[in-house]
Structure formats: structure tokens, C-alpha cells
Design a protein around this ligand. Structure first.
Ligand code: ADP
Ligand code: ADP
Ligand code: ZN
Ligand code: ZN
Length: 839
């Protein structure tokens, strides 16, 4: 076939059976761009990540400590007979569930290190200041951190006013709001009674000396506690040496707040105590986080904090004259410090080269300082990719998960160039993708299917792209080779317009915009143009505010709760159209839960019905088991060891902690007694192990349950197991579960649905099913506003709002707002040429 000539070698897989894979064997070329296609749930990830990447990882771990190996082996030995010719692998997967650690664009790309070196070695120092080391330019080191705020950039104050919001209350009436509310708080009040403080005097009437001590002392006296007695009685008990109830340790309120804030593992606790802290910009460094000596050093006229706040494409402009040696400043440097010129030029060249890849991937609108939790998963994946392109590794397999997510077709072209570069340096690229343009660019296509879950797991095709044309069983083939889908050109008429004026946030400055109600609108534009800012942030917040809802936008970003108040500063208001909206539903890609405790069945409410059903079985009745017995969140019926999680977390030194199946219940989550109860021959754990598709048949006599299951199936999730932990779900799957939960509800109309790229993770055939569901919601009198890149979806929308024209400061304007037919002809719209091809 001549394939041996075309490719340098092959990875040979024999007998892969991971998840739903049907004992498949195949050959995959190395040093090529290989795209894995197929409907959602068909087994693409099980092959690319679960088998190939997992095996490469396992082999790598063979070379590390036996301890780490043992833990990983439980997790990740793929079900496969043999893999030959597999190079080491690097996975660039999008985050699933788990919170990302806090870092910045600069640290992910290593641009920060380079910048620090530059400032240290080639910066302009004030006369007489000695050279300082690169670490002194990092706020995370003792050498660099501002001494006032310890490198945080903000100072946190805990005051009497914040801790005691109502000073007319007594201590017994919980004047000290900052103290814990339950038993611990009672404990503190008892201790104060022993110490002779009157807890029935209004706070404001207590002596200032006592108030200050209670709130601000760092002392932690230990005193005898006799609950429920007066100070006088207690004095007597102590004199008579009566045994106290216990010895209590006092903790001042401020100490409690600070200690909890710094040490708690619970986001909720952290949030609770953060209410009692006021944060303000550090008066010494003004939020720049560095000590003054470090900030005194300049390059190109900027201190390192200021330069880290410039967009990367601006940095490219600043650095290029240094790299080429033409900068005026270099000439000056040559007379005073000739040794610095070479260093400045070298570092600038390196910096620029690394930067260029980031710019090529369409991320020039980011800043060095931007924290990673505020990036979308797609942006983060592309940043990591950019870092890899510059890493000069070769002979590696990169395994990527839908790198086109969040990308406008114009950005996708840049992505493909970056992948080509990685390939050209001698690497293999394995990509799980749905985007037709990426699939068309492949050297080799592996189509998995034909359907999802049990009905998938076969290799329908593995070969050169042209060959897929002949494979009639492939759903992918249809979309690549004979896509004749025609879109309706009779858009619905809006019932009303929701008008926003003077919107200011991120790159939007004073924007006016009108969203049609009663129709489906797509908001389009290149990555970084301002779509999410407008839709997911501003629109959602303003509407929520008008409806009197509390929407916690930044809750899941892992951001410091204290910083939240700052990001919401925005200008803008709704000037018309609110009477057409009674409800707001945001269907986003945030996880439905962060522990294995939440799953599809619990989130959709389905599990309540299932548990009730189990409670009605004869055995359950004879044992007086109620529905709570079958909950893994209640002590009665669950496994005592893992407390119903089915998994136990294992902390690993230097590596992310991992979940492994609970050794006591073997992952079933329940105690043996509970598992004796069966409904139609299955116990509750076995029911949680059913896929949605299987469960539809199993519960066919239970209309409420099977109807709920039907909806989940209609959004393309029939392959998921009922008990599949939230931690195993992708962002797209989580989003579709939310959508299904919503579709189950009775429809009253007048609801505004906001969705951010709902097609992520969806095969074109799944996209069609999704559109069917969304159109049903619109037909029932609701409004849908999508942020979207998929041209099929955009073409079949009723209205399109195109934002741009570029990213960051080059975007943030309404380029065009019209029906799709007219958008396709709009001048200056980067969306227009791509849309035109689909109409
Ligand atoms: P795709 O990548 O094509 O969307 P996957 O490989 O993720 O599909 O899933 C294939 C099948 O394997 C599905 O039925 C899915 O529910 C199942 N599956 C995926 N992850 C797991 C897991 N961690 N444990 C058990 N089954 C899984
Ligand atoms: P899109 O959704 O079109 O990709 P975004 O709305 O995410 O674009 O971004 C628009 C601009 O706002 C970009 O310059 C981006 O860097 C900036 N931006 C977005 N979110 C934040 C944030 N949390 N903090 C600072 N800048 C942000
Ligand atoms: Zn400071
Ligand atoms: Zn257990």
C-alpha cells in the first residue's frame, strides 16, 4: 500500500477492551496527525486516553517509586493485550471536574521566568542599586514579596464593625457574628462566662478593653467550663474544686477568622469567614505584590508588574526592537553597560520566539498576569500546547482532547499550524475531535462507533482520510463528504427586545446591544472578542439582578472569594424588555459536583424516585427500610468506610491525589444489608451501574422514571451510567445533564436560557439532536442565547450577534446583528465567510 513509505512507523494495538471497546486491534501511524472521530460515548477517549495514554503513563511509572506505581496501577492499567511501538506520551486534556491549581499565564508558559531573568540581568537599575536576583521579581518568594501584604497585593482587615455588625445585641444573642454558630460558638460564650464577662449586656455597653480583648487577642487561655451556670456560681464551683464539664480553649474572633480563612479546606467555610474581612489594595505596593527595590527596576520604561499587565501582542511589539538589536535603549546601554546588551538581546529573542507561538494560537489578548482559573478550558489547553511547541521535545505522542473547543474557525487554522509544527519536530499527534476542519486536516482517521456506549466500541475505520468515504456505517463520513444539510431560511420573529446600554467590562467599553426574545440567538466572534464577557457575565448578572436572583458567577473558578467583589465592577443596565422574562437558567459547563457523591441520578432528581421504589419492595418493608436507607448520603444504608463515596482519596506526594475504589464495599457504596434488597433482581448498586439506555428498559413500568431517562437519552447521554460520578464527566456532559434536568421541568415559557458553547464534545449528529431540543424550548415560548462557533448551529439560528472584529482591545464591538443570511454578507465580520459556506 506504500503506507510504510508514508509513515515512519506504527503503534500496534492488540485486544483493547477498556470501557466499551470491543476487543479491538489496530495500527496507528507515528509522526502523523491522527484524529479519533465518532459520536459522543462511542469510545474515542477510551482508546486515545484510556488505552494509549494510560499505557504510556504506566510504562513511565514503572520507572518511578514502587509506592506511586502501586497506587497508579490500581487506577490506570488499561484493558489491552498488547501495545507495541508506543512512544512516551504527553496528555493535553481539558480539565475534568477537579479544581485547577492557581497559576498564571506567565507561569504556565514559563514567560514569567524569562521576564524575571531579563529584569535581573538587563534591567535599568537606579544609580547605586546593586543587582538583584531573578527570584526577587517573584511575589511568591520571601526575597520578592512586598513586606506589607506578603506578596498578595491586598491587605485584609478584620474589624469590630465587620465582626459585630449589630452592636445592640448581647453576646448570648450572637453579637459576634464572626464566631462559629454551632457548638463551638456556645463553647466560646461559656468560656467568657467563666472569665467574668457578662454575656447578657448589649455589646456596645461592654467596656472597650473587654471588647477589644474578645475580638483581637492572640492569647488562648484554657479555662474550666460549667455550661449553663452564672459567673458567680462558677466562681463557687472552682473554689469547691468541683469537676468542670470540660476545659475550654478560648480563641479571639479575629484569630478564628484569620485562621479559618488561611487553613480551611472547605470552600463554604472560607466563604463564610471572608464576610468578616475587608480587603483593600496594599498601600505600599499598590497591588503590585513586589517589594519596592524590585519595582524600581525598569525595562523599556516599565516595571515588571506593569509589563505583566500588558496584552501579549503589545509585548511582542515592545520586545521586537530589542530582539533585532535596533532599540534606542540598547544603544544607550552599550555605552554604560556593554555586558548587558548581549543579555538583553538574547532574552528578548527567546521571549519573542515563545510568545510567537502563543500569538499564533490566537491568545495574544491575554496578559502574563492573568490567573488560570479565569481562563476557559480551551484557552488553557492551547497555552499548554504553545509551551509544548517550544519545548523541543521529539519522539513524543501528544494526546489532545478537542483542542478546537472555544475556537472560531479563523482560530482553528492557527491551531492546525501549531499541531503541524509539533509534528514536524518529530512527534505524533493523537487528537479526539468533532470539528470537521480538524478532521479534514488529518493524516489518518480512526472512526469509532457506530453508536454510543454498548452500541459503540468498534473501529469502523482506521486509515487514510479518503478511505472513510466508503464506510457506510460511519456517521462521521456523512458530515465530511456529503454534507448537504440545508438550513431553514425562515427565522422566527422576535416577540420583544431585551436592550442593554453602556456595558463596561473586560474589553467591552460602553456597549449597547439588543437581544431578541422568543427566538434562538447565537453570539459569535473570534476567541477573546468578548462573547463570554457579554453573555455569560454581563447579561446573566444584569438579568439575575432584575429578577432578584443571586448568581454566583465566580464560585467555581477557584478564585479567592475576597476577589469576587472586584471583578463584578461593571457599567451597564437593562433599559427595556425585562417584562418578557420571568426566569433565568444558565446551562454552563461547570461540573455538577466535585466529589463522586454527585452523579447523573442525583443531579436530575431521578434517584429520589428510584430510592422510593426500593423502599416499596417486600424485603425493605419487612425490615422497615425507608427511602433514606438507599441514599449514600445518609449513614443508615451506606458503606461506613467510604461513607457512600464508593471511592477513597489517596494523597500522593508531588502528584495530584487520586481516587481509588473503596476496599470495604468494592465501590458499591452500600453496606451488605442494604444490598440484599432487590428490585427486579437488581440491588441498588447494580441499578446505579446501569447505563441510561439500559435503565429505560429496566424501568419501563415506571413512567415517571422512564420519562426522565428518555430526556437524558434525547440529549445524547444514553451511554452514561446512572451512578457515573461527577468527577468522571466532561464539561460538555455536565452541561447536557443540566439541560436534560431543565427539559424535564414543566414549561411555562418566558424563560431565558443562556448556554456557553453547548456543542463542545458533540459529534455533528449529536449537535442535530441538541438543536431539536433547543428548538422545542423556543417553540414553547422561551428565549435561547448561545455563545457558539459551530456554523451549523449559527446557520440555523433565528438571529446572530457577531462581536469583534478581533480579540481583546481589537474586539468588544458589535460587528453585525442580523438574521444569518445577512450576517453571511456582513463586511468586516470574520464569521461571515465561514457562515456563507453553510447557507
Ligand atoms: P467518547 O470519547 O467517544 O465520547 P468515551 O470513551 O468517553 O467516549 O466513552 C465510551 C464508553 O465508556 C461510554 O459508554 C462511557 O460511559 C464509558 N466510560 C467512559 N469513562 C468511563 C469510566 N471512567 N468508567 C467506566 N466507563 C466509562
Ligand atoms: P470570548 O468569550 O469571545 O472568547 P472573553 O469575553 O472571554 O472572549 O474575553 C474578552 C476579553 O476580556 C479578553 O481580552 C480577555 O482576556 C478579557 N477577559 C475575560 N475574562 C477576564 C477576566 N476574568 N479577567 C480579566 N480579563 C478577562
Ligand atoms: Zn504590598
Ligand atoms: Zn465503601
Amino acid at each position: 500500500m506504500g503506507l510504510e513509505k508514508k509513515f515512519s512507523g506504527f503503534v500496534s494495538v492488540r485486544g483493547a477492551r477498556e470501557h466499551n471497546l470491543k476487543n479491538v486491534s489496530l495500527e496507528i501511524p507515528r509522526d502523523a496527525l491522527v484524529v479519533f472521530t465518532g459520536v459522543s460515548g462511542s469510545g474515542k477517549s477510551s482508546l486515545a486516553f484510556g488505552t494509549l495514554y494510560a499505557e504510556a503513563q504506566r510504562r513511565y511509572l514503572e520507572s518511578v517509586s514502587p509506592y506511586a506505581r502501586r497506587l497508579f496501577n490500581q487506577m490506570a492499567i488499561p484493558e489491552v493485550d498488547e501495545i507495541e511501538g508506543l512512544p512516551p506520551a504527553v496528555a493535553l486534556q481539558q480539565q475534568r471536574g477537579a479544581a485547577s491549581t492557581r497559576s498564571s499565564v506567565g507561569s504556565v508558559t514559563t514567560l514569567s521566568n524569562l521576564l524575571r531573568m531579563l529584569y535581573s540581568r538587563a534591567g535599568e537599575y537606579p544609580a547605586g542599586q546593586a543587582i538583584i536576583y531573578a527570584e526577587s521579581f517573584s511575589p511568591n518568594t520571601p526575597e520578592g514579596a512586598c513586606p506589607e501584604c506578603h506578596g498578595l497585593g491586598r491587605v485584609y482587615e478584620v474589624t469590630e464593625k465587620t465582626m459585630v455588625p449589630d452592636d445592640t445585641l448581647t453576646i448570648r444573642e450572637k453579637a459576634i457574628a464572626a464566631w462559629p454558630s454551632a457548638w463551638q460558638g456556645q463553647n466560646q460564650r461559656d468560656i467568657l462566662t467563666t472569665m467574668g464577662i457578662d454575656i447578657d449586656t448589649p455589646w456596645k455597653d461592654l467596656p472597650k478593653k473587654d471588647r477589644d480583648w474578645i475580638l483581637f487577642t492572640e492569647e488562648q487561655p484554657v479555662v474550666p467550663v460549667y455550661s449553663g451556670y452564672s459567673h458567680e456560681e462558677i466562681q463557687r464551683f472552682i473554689k469547691n474544686k468541683r469537676q468542670p464539664d470540660y476545659m475550654g480553649t478560648f480563641t479571639g474572633a479575629r484569630r478564628y477568622v484569620r485562621h479559618t480563612f488561611a487553613n480551611t479546606q472547605s470552600a463554604l467555610m472560607k466563604k463564610r469567614v471572608s464576610q468578616y474581612m475587608i480587603s483593600s489594595e496594599c498601600p505600599l505596593c499598590h497591588g503590585k505584590r513586589l517589594r519596592q527595590e524590585s519595582l524600581a527596576i525598569k525595562f523599556a520604561g516599565y516595571d515588571i508588574a506593569d509589563i505583566s499587565r500588558l496584552a501579549l501582542n503589545k509585548l511582542a511589539i515592545i520586545f521586537s526592537p530589542y530582539a533585532s538589536g535596533e532599540a534606542q535603549a540598547l544603544k544607550k546601554m552599550a555605552t554604560n553597560h556593554p555586558e548587558k546588551v548581549v543579555v538583553a538581546k538574547r532574552i528578548a529573542e527567546d521571549f519573542l520566539a515563545r510568545l510567537q507561538v502563543v500569538l499564533d494560537l490566537g491568545l495574544g489578548y491575554l496578559t502574563i498576569e492573568r490567573s488560570t482559573p479565569t481562563l476557559s478550558p480551551g484557552e488553557l489547553q492551547r497555552l499548554r500546547l504553545a509551551t509544548q511547541v517550544r519545548s523541543n521535545l521529539f519522539g513524543v505522542v501528544y494526546v489532545l482532547d478537542e483542542p478546537s473547543a472555544g475556537l472560531h474557525p479563523a482560530d482553528t487554522e492557527a491551531l492546525l499550524r501549531a499541531l503541524d509544527k509539533l509534528k514536524a519536530s518529530g512527534n505524533s499527534i493523537f487528537v479526539v475531535e468533532h470539528e470537521i476542519d480538524v478532521i479534514r486536516h488529518a493524516d489518518w482517521i480512526i472512526d469509532v462507533g457506530p453508536a454510543a456506549g454498548e452500541k459503540g466500541g468498534h473501529i469502523l475505520y482506521s486509515g487514510l482520510p479518503e478511505g472513510l468515504r466508503e464506510v457506510t456505517a460511519s456517521l462521521t463520513r456523512h458530515y465530511i463528504y456529503d454534507d448537504t444539510t440545508k438550513h431553514k431560511n425562515d427565522p422566527r420573529q422576535p416577540t420583544e427586545w431585551l436592550k442593554l446600554e453602556g456595558v463596561i467590562r473586560n474589553n467591552l467599553s460602553g456597549l449597547n446591544v439588543a437581544f431578541p426574545l422568543g427566538v434562538l440567538t447565537s453570539v459569535t466572534g473570534v476567541s477573546g472578542s468578548g462573547k463570554s464577557t457579554l453573555v455569560s457575565q454581563v447579561l446573566v448578572e444584569l438579568v439575575a439582578d432584575q429578577l432578584g436572583l443571586q448568581i454566583d458567577i465566580s464560585d467555581e473558578t477557584g478564585a479567592d472569594p475576597l476577589e469576587k467583589t472586584e471583578v463584578t465592577t461593571l457599567g451597564g443596565q437593562i433599559v427595556d424588555g425585562m417584562k418578557g422574562i420571568k426566569r433565568l437558567v444558565v446551562v454552563d459547563q461547570k461540573p455538577i459536583g466535585r466529589t463522586p457523591r454527585s452523579n447523573l441520578a442525583t443531579y436530575t432528581g431521578l434517584f429520589d424516585h428510584v430510592r422510593k421504589l426500593f423502599a416499596t419492595t417486600p424485603l425493605a418493608k419487612s425490615r422497615k427500610y425507608d427511602a433514606g436507607q438507599f441514599s449514600f448520603n445518609v449513614a443508615k444504608g451506606r458503606c461506613p468506610h467510604c461513607e457512600g463515596e464508593g471511592m477513597v482519596m489517596v494523597e500522593l506526594l508531588f502528584l495530584p491525589s487520586v481516587y481509588t475504589p473503596c476496599p470495604t464495599c468494592g465501590g458499591t457504596r452500600y453496606n451488605p444489608k442494604t444490598l440484599e434488597v432487590k428490585y427486579k433482581d437488581k440491588n441498588i448498586a447494580e441499578v446505579l451501574g446501569l447505563t441510561v439506555d439500559e435503565a429505560v428498559n429496566f424501568f419501563d413500568e415506571e413512567p415517571v422514571i422512564s420519562r426522565a431517562l428518555d430526556v437524558v437519552r434525547e440529549v445524547g447521554l444514553g451511554y452514561l451510567r446512572l451512578g457515573q460520578p461527577a468527577t468522571e464527566l466532561s464539561g460538555g456532559e455536565a452541561q447536557r445533564i443540566k439541560l436534560a434536568t431543565e427539559l424535564q421541568r414543566a414549561q411555562h415559557g418566558q424563560t431565558l436560557y443562556v448556554l456557553d458553547e453547548p456543542t463542545t464534545g458533540l459529534h455533528p449528529s449529536d449537535v442535530e439532536r441538541l438543536m431539536l431540543q433547543l428548538n422545542r424550548l423556543v417553540d414553547a415560548g422561551n428565549t435561547i442565547i448561545l455563545v457558539e462557533h459551530d456554523m451549523h448551529v449559527i446557520a440555523s439560528s433565528d438571529w446572530v450577534i457577531d462581536i469583534g472584529p478581533g480579540a481583546g482591545d481589537d474586539g468588544g464591538k458589535i460587528v453585525a446583528a442580523d438574521i444569518p443570511m445577512n450576517i453571511a454578507k456582513a463586511k468586516h465580520s470574520r464569521t461571515a465567510p465561514y457562515l456563507a459556506k453553510h447557507l
